[in-house]
Design a protein around this ligand. Structure first.
Ligand SMILES: *[C@@H]1O[C@H](CO)[C@@H](O)[C@H](O)[C@H]1NC(C)=O
Length: 322
C-alpha cells in the first residue's frame, strides 16, 4: 500500500489527537478534585498578567484568596485583573507594580505590599524571561536574565520573609524549567561576568540558580512553617517565547499543538501551591507531572547553594538593610 498525502495527514491528525488525550488522561493530579479553600488567605503572583501566572492567579482568586497580581506593565496588569475579577467574582484582587529585573523596583514593591499585607500565605515566583542575549546588563549592572529569573525572586522572597513567617503556614513556589538540566552554576554570571554561555543558556543557568536557592532557603526556613519548592511547568507555549528570533518562534508555533497550553502549564504550579499532601514538604524540585525529582547536580550541592546565597546577599545589599 502506498501512503498518499491524505493518509499521511490523517495519521498525523490522529497522532496529535492521541498525544493531546494522553496528556490530559495521565496527568497525575486533578485540580478539580482539590478542595483547598483560600478564603482569608493572601497570595502574591509575579508575572500575573499573562500565561501561567494569569491562570494561576485566576484559580487562586476562584478559591477565595486575596491575590496580589505583581506585574511590570500596569496596563496589561489592569486588563488581567478585570478579566480575573469577572471570572472569579472576587473583589479582593490587587494590582502591584514590579519589574523583577530591578532591585530598586522590587524594594519599593515590597515596601508597598508589606504596608498593605502583614501576612502572606503564598508567594508564586513565576515571572521570567528567555531569549535575551547573555551579558545584557540592567542599569544596576546585573545580567538582565539572571536578574529577572533569579536575583529578583531571591530579593523579593527575602523581603517578604517576615510576612510569610507571620502567616503561620505559608508556601513559596518557584517556577523553574526543565531547561535547568542544561545549566551550570557560576555566581559571577549575575553581573554578566562568569563563564561562557551559549544561546539562551543564560536562561538555563538562571533557572538552575533558582532551584539551588530553593534548597538553601528551605534549609534556612526549617521549623518556621514556611515551605519552599520549585517546579517545572513543562514546555508551555506562552509569550515567554517572544524574545526568540523568528525561526525559533516559527518552529515553536508549528509544534505548539504538541506543547502544553498555559492552562496545562499552570497545573503543576497549582499543585505546589494548593495540594494538601504537600503540607510540610520543603526544598524539593517537582517535575511537570507533579513528582519529586532531582535537579541537575550543581543544584543538589548545599555548599554551592550557600556560596550563591552569600554572593546574592552581597549583590542585593540584603545584609545592609534596616
Ligand atoms: C556564607 O556566609 C556565611 C556567613 O557569613 C559563612 O559562615 C559561610 O561560610 C559562607 N559560605 C560560603 C560557602 O561561602
Amino acid at each position: 500500500m502506498v501512503w498518499g498525502p491524505g493518509s499521511v495527514l490523517l495519521a498525523v491528525v490522529l497522532l496529535c489527537g492521541l498525544c493531546a488525550w494522553l496528556r490530559q488522561r495521565f496527568h497525575p493530579w486533578n485540580l478539580q478534585h482539590c478542595s483547598t479553600d483560600l478564603t482569608g488567605k493572601t497570595a502574591v503572583v509575579t508575572g500575573a498578567n499573562s500565561g501561567i501566572g494569569k491562570l494561576v492567579s485566576q484559580e487562586l482568586a476562584c478559591r477565595g484568596a486575596r491575590v496580589i497580581l505583581a506585574c511590570r506593565s500596569q496596563e496589561h496588569g489592569q486588563q488581567a485583573l478585570a478579566e480575573i475579577q469577572a471570572v472569579s467574582n472576587n473583589d479582593r484582587l490587587l494590582l502591584g507594580e514590579v519589574d523583577l529585573s530591578s532591585l530598586a523596583s522590587i524594594r519599593s514593591f515590597a515596601q508597598w505590599l508589606l504596608q498593605k499585607e502583614p501576612k502572606i500565605h503564598l508567594l508564586v515566583n513565576n515571572a521570567g524571561i528567555s531569549g535575551i542575549p547573555p551579558k545584557t546588563l540592567t542599569p544596576e549592572g546585573l545580567d538582565v536574565t539572571f536578574a529577572t529569573n533569579y536575583v529578583g525572586p531571591f530579593l523579593l522572597t527575602n523581603l517578604l520573609q517576615g510576612a510569610l513567617r507571620r502567616a503561620g503556614a505559608a508556601r513559596v513556589v518557584n517556577v523553574a524549567s526543565y531547561r535547568q538540566k542544561y545549566g551550570y552554576i557560576d555566581e559571577k554570571h549575575l553581573t554578566g561576568a562568569g563563564g561562557p554561555l551559549s544561546f539562551n543558556q543564560n536562561y538555563d543557568c538562571s533557572k538552575l540558580q533558582l532551584i539551588s536557592f530553593t534548597g538553601e532557603l528551605a534549609r534556612r526556613l526549617q521549623g518556621t512553617g514556611v515551605t519552599v519548592n520549585s517546579v517545572e511547568p513543562g514546555i508551555v507555549y506562552t509569550n515567554i517565547m517572544r524574545h526568540l528570533s523568528w525561526p525559533y518562534r516559527l518552529v515553536f508555533w508549528l509544534f505548539s499543538f504538541f506543547l502544553k497550553d498555559p492552562r496545562q502549564g499552570a497545573v503543576p504550579v497549582l499543585y505546589l501551591s494548593l495540594a494538601q499532601e504537600l503540607d510540610g514538604v520543603s526544598g524539593k524540585y517537582f517535575s511537570s507531572s507533579c513528582v519529586i525529582t532531582l535537579p541537575a547536580k550543581p543544584a543538589q550541592d548545599p555548599h554551592m547553594a550557600q556560596s550563591l546565597w552569600n554572593a546574592s546577599v552581597q549583590l542585593t545589599n540584603l545584609d545592609k538593610m534596616d
